[in-house]
Design a binder for this molecule. Structure first.
Ligand code: SF4
Ligand code: SF4
Length: 428
């Protein structure tokens, strides 16, 4: 085991391989507050990559309803319970938040790599604590869809427990794909060295020639994103639409600038923004506040990693939902939840402008600039903490630039409207 630095945990941790970092890292921000669970992202992925025999139950992208839904079922609750058993009452965050290298404080508990140590003697091949889901757990990708309460099922039926007191109900949609982690558990667990992280963009891939279908990756990935194909008998996973990232789509990208993945560019709710962040040789994010992903994750910390305590340093980040109990969200996204929601509840001028970039273009935005516009409104907001603040809204214009420095989007804070003339054939 080597010692590596995990900034999401605010400390060093042990990992089976030495530090080796890509030049750029594929990363994304999802705004949970806006998702309508239309599953367009899910179908965009399925119709592009997983429509062959043996892939019937394979959903590289899925959107599940929390707290009860999950694909595979209970993937997170099961692993959290396993970690708790390894380290009772010890899975806690402490210490001061110190930007930039420990922005959420320090995680004092055990990661999946730490927790696997006790299992080495029993099973020499376990490098990360995990489990292989049953076939049944993979078979209902959208189980408990939109279930927060109600007597949908009879007593004794599976799922009856999905009932909450009527006035305190809540649920939210969690959009998931492979996080192309900085310290991938799938890669660490593979005895064939069939999994690798690309040095140019940090995308994690399974070499289909080398894989023998041992499913160690399925067992080790805490997010359960590698999947076994029982027809080909090898494992497969999200490939981050790498031909699009490489700018290989000649129609949409004639100048070969990187394009967002299919699930990102198809999003109807405009909740998704994908990018590439520049890394140093030591694995740090190069300071770049004009990159929208850097701005949201590192500068403003309004977007947070999913289950950072697992220890893989996932590169998917989420703006947490405002209406969900904080202790549930803190377990899921770490101690940054309160600050993130407070900011999102009344975004300042710059943050409001950057939020307009979500789904404004299919091209990956590497840089943004804001042109100031006139003040159009002033509203009073009550923050979750109870504090009342006045929010001034300006009709600023934000421009996004691709890898080649070309302007690919220009959008105002106020959505432009157009009134059709009465003589239009469809006018009522
Ligand atoms: S396409 Fe967007 S809005 Fe629709 S389910 Fe996927 S993430 Fe949510
Ligand atoms: S999410 Fe899972 S499959 Fe994807 S890189 Fe991380 S550990 Fe590997």
């Amino acid at each position: 085991m080597a010692n590596v630095y995990n900034w999401q945990l605010g400390r060093e941790m042990s990992y089976p391989h030495e530090e080796a970092h890509p030049q750029w890292q594929f990363a994304f921000v999802f705004n949970i507050n806006r998702c309508i669970a239309c599953q367009t992202c899910t179908m965009a992925c399925k119709s592009t990559w997983t429509f062959a025999r043996g892939q019937e139950f394979m959903w590289w992208n899925n959107v599940e309803s929390k707290p009860y839904g999950g694909y595979p079922q209970n993937w997170d609750a099961k692993l959290l319970a396993m970690l708790e058993k390894e380290n009772p009452n010890g899975q806690v965050w402490k210490g001061k938040k110190k930007a930039p290298e420990s922005p959420y404080g320090e995680f004092k508990g055990k990661t999946i790599f730490d927790a696997a140590k006790n299992h080495l003697s029993k099973d020499g091949s376990m490098r990360a604590l995990g489990y292989i889901p049953t076939e049944e757990e993979w078979q209902s990708p959208n189980i408990h869809e939109e279930t927060a309460a109600g007597k949908i099922r009879e007593k004794g039926q599976w799922g009856y427990s999905a009932e909450l007191p009527e006035h305190r109900v809540w649920f939210f949609y969690l959009q998931r794909l492979c996080n192309h982690c900085t310290y991938p558990a799938c890669l660490a667990a593979c005895p064939r060295n069939a999994i690798y992280k690309r040095p140019e963009d940090g995308i994690v891939l399974i070499d289909q020639e080398r894989c023998r279908g041992y499913r160690k990756c399925v067992q080790a990935c805490p997010y359960k994103k590698p999947m076994y194909n029982s027809t080909t008998r090898i494992s497969e996973k999200c490939i981050a639409c790498f031909p699009r990232i490489e700018g290989k789509d000649k129609i949409l990208s004639p100048d070969e600038a990187p394009l967002e993945a299919r699930c990102m560019s198809a999003c109807v709710g405009k909740i998704r923004l994908q990018g590439l962040v520049k890394k140093t040789d030591q694995g740090k994010w190069t300071k770049n506040p004009d990159n929208p992903i850097y701005f949201l994750v590192r500068e403003r910390k309004v977007a947070l990693p999913l289950y950072p305590q697992f220890g893989t340093e996932p590169n998917g980040y989420y703006i947490p939902p405002r209406w969900v109990p904080r202790n549930y969200l803190t377990q899921m996204f770490g101690p940054g939840v309160g600050d993130a929601i407070e900011q999102y509840s009344s975004p300042d001028r710059e943050l409001l402008a950057v939020l307009q970039l979500f789904r404004a273009t299919q091209q990956v935005i590497f840089k943004f600039k804001i042109k100031k516009g006139k003040k159009v409104a002033e509203v009073e907001n009550t923050l979750p903490s109870g504090k009342r603040v006045a929010q001034e809204i300006f009709n600023d214009t934000i421009m996004g630039y691709n890898k080649l420095g070309k302007e690919v989007v220009s959008i105002t804070v106020e959505e432009p409207t157009f009134e059709r003339s009465k003589c239009h054939v469809n006018s009522i």
